[in-house]
Ligand binder design. Structure first.
Ligand code: NI
Length: 184
């Protein structure tokens, strides 16, 4: 089922989301719906607040061709993995530690229509991701996946990529954002 994607200006995008209790059978259906919604909107990641739910849950699916510009490097539980082998990723209650040098990359967001902007973030991430079956994936990654994880997990704390642009870019974006917030 395709869900409505929450748009900029909606307070649900600004709240700190609550941890998820497992097991929860309903979350499997929610994950399927979130993935379907994300594919239809041609996104590579979607966080629960973007479908109106303030819970700490995220889905990610990065297609191979999207990964070419900043190829993801992936180590799962100490073992090198291909991107395809771990997609789609569905997880709750992520713990993230970003590290390495920061670099600028153009981001967009399904909740902030028609705006793309350069955001500076660390190049790598160590993460503990809890799968819906309760197992924990220990992930060390770089490239687009590291970028996407930081962007999506920001949603769980009420942050949007437009909060993280340079102050000059903030001024440029402010008019557009005001408009978005009015016509949501
Ligand atoms: Ni987003």
């Amino acid at each position: 089922m395709i869900l409505d994607i929450t748009q900029y200006g909606n307070p649900v995008l600004r709240a700190v989301s609550a941890p998820v209790q497992l097991p929860n059978e309903d979350l499997k259906t929610l994950a399927d719906n979130m993935l379907e919604t994300m594919y239809e909107a041609e996104g590579i990641g979607l966080a629960a607040p973007q479908v109106g739910l303030n819970i700490r849950m995220v889905v990610i699916d990065i297609p191979e061709d999207e990964d070419e510009e900043e190829p993801s490097t992936i180590i799962v539980n100490g073992e090198e993995k291909s991107l395809r082998s771990i997609m789609p990723l569905v997880f709750v209650n992520p713990e993230l530690e970003a590290y390495g040098k920061e670099y600028l990359f153009t981001e967009g967001c399904l909740s902030v229509r028609n705006i793309r902007a350069n955001v500076s973030r660390p190049e790598s991430v160590r993460a503990k991701l809890t799968m819906l079956d309760g197992s924990v994936m220990e992930l060390d990654c770089g490239g687009l996946l590291a970028r996407c994880l930081q962007h999506e997990c920001d949603h769980l704390d009420g942050f949007l990529f437009v909060d993280r642009v340079s102050s000059a870019a903030k001024i440029t974006l402010s008019k557009k954002l005001k408009k978005l917030a009015t016509y949501r």
